[in-house]
Design a protein around this ligand. Structure first.
Ligand SMILES: *Cc1c(COP(=O)(O)O)cnc(C)c1O
Length: 426
């Protein structure tokens, strides 16, 4: 990284608008872009020249955001999508095909587990879920049809920390990419590419935007994976029939994945981010480091307070010295273990539901990474589609409540939790 993170989060990917000098990135609210002439149009469509054609593919406001996220993650390129879930499908699309599988962590956002275990089937894809703390099991789950290994850096909802270098080594040995969902950490707390990730995916809906205004997603490519080393990734290494037989890796090198995602992924799947959403996320990213510092500081105080409270059974925050994942924080996310965790309320499911209803400052919503503190009972909501075993493995057991700690005055958060715990356990 040539410039510091705080500089990049404000400046990367943008310059004063060439047409007007506008200092802030304009919202290019346009569907299409006028070609200079017929030759220009043909060159753009043939990828002989890079430029704007149609906003399903690229848009200057969205490109500014993609380039900023790529810079913050230390990747060579990025593509923005309409949501985090879209980014996951888009990340896997060039790698997968009917009959192929991925090996995924059991500790994932509930919606991701459902996407991987149910919706994948419609494409003929499958996912094998493994405990990623069991390295031998991860290696054993990979077979000749595996095309990616997938995990979260800090996992939703428990806030567990994954040993990324260990998992990257297993994926590397098998010659397949490691895809890391870095939503909960954000590039300020964790940069998965530095730990060996091939692709990083984000729900920009969460901390990157930071204020609960828009949904979005992003895929960042490290630019380091050799897509041609085996015959496993023909969309990138062999003549691509969906793009006049272009060999993306041979023609575009480290940018192969990014160009494929735009030229084929966005073109044919259409999971495009709109320029308004990109604008809100660009505004949010400018203060990412400041917000993450406060999120982490507040989360630590709240988790320590809850852990000492007799009405609480346990707290899963990896930032606590009592956490089995605490030793990994220093290595994987040295600036902090994020601000999302669960805690078990004495009194089980009933007490959890009462607690959620009694909280006043915390908002009861299915979101995280907002400036506002949020609460949800995962087992009855985000992880509702999962079996009891899957809920347990994901850290979303019926007796736990998930908190997303915001940037308010921490004493106010504790006062709210205190009164709600009294109401829930009376
Ligand atoms: C929210 C979330 C997603 C899905 O993102 P959307 O923007 O809601 O589609 C994926 N992974 C994690 C870790 C999330 O928290």
């Amino acid at each position: 990284m040539t410039q510091g993170f705080d500089t990049l989060q404000v400046h990367a990917g943008t310059a004063p608008d060439p047409a007007t000098g506008a200092r802030q990135v304009p919202i290019y609210q346009t569907t299409a872009y006028v070609f200079r002439d017929a030759d220009h149009a043909a060159r753009l469509f043939g990828l002989q020249e890079v430029g704007y054609i149609y906003s399903r593919l690229t848009n200057p406001t969205v490109s500014a955001l993609a380039n900023r996220i790529a810079a913050l993650e230390g990747g060579v390129g990025a593509v923005c999508c309409s949501s985090g879930h879209a980014a996951q499908i888009m990340a896997l699309f060039p790698l997968m095909g009917p009959g192929l599988n991925i090996v995924a962590s059991t500790r994932l956002y509930g919606g991701t587990i459902t996407q991987f275990s149910q919706t994948f089937k419609r494409f003929g894809w499958s996912a094998r879920f493994v405990d990623f703390d069991d390295e031998a099991a991860v290696a054993a789950a990979i077979d000749d049809d595996t095309r990616a290994v997938f995990c979260e850096s800090i996992s939703n909802p428990g806030g567990y920390v994954t040993d990324l270098p260990a998992i990257a080594a297993i994926a590397g040995k098998a010659g397949i990419p490691l895809i890391v969902d870095n939503t909960l950490a954000s590039p300020y707390l964790c940069r998965p590419i530095e730990h060996g990730a091939t692709l990083v995916v984000h729900s920009t809906t969460k901390y990157l935007t930071g204020n609960g205004t828009v949904t979005g997603g992003a895929i960042v490519d490290a630019g380091t994976f050799d897509w041609s080393a085996s015959g496993k990734f023909p969309s990138l290494s062999a003549p691509e029939p969906a793009y006049h037989g272009l060999k993306f890796h041979e023609a575009l090198g480290g940018m192969a994945f990014t160009f494929h995602s735009i030229a084929i992924g966005l073109r044919d799947l259409g999971m495009t981010m709109n320029p308004q959403a990109a604008h809100y996320t660009l505004m949010g990213i400018e203060t990412l480091s400041l917000r993450m510092e406060k999120h982490v500081a507040n989360a630590k105080v709240v988790a320590e307070w809850l852990e000492k409270d007799p009405r609480v059974d346990y707290v899963t925050y990896a930032g606590l010295s009592s956490s089995p994942w605490n030793a990994r924080v220093e290595k994987i996310c040295p600036k902090g273990a994020g601000a999302l965790f669960t805690f078990a309320v004495k009194g089980g499911y009933e007490a959890c539901v009462k607690l959620v209803d009694a909280l006043q400052l915390f908002s009861h919503v299915a979101n995280l990474g907002d400036t506002r503190s949020l609460v949800i009972h995962s087992a009855s909501t985000t992880h509702r589609q999962l079996t009891p075993e899957q809920q347990q493995a994901a850290g979303a057991a019926p007796n736990v409540v998930r908190l997303s700690i915001g940037i308010e005055t921490v004493e106010d958060l504790i006062a709210d939790l205190d009164q709600a715990l009294t109401a829930a356990t009376a």
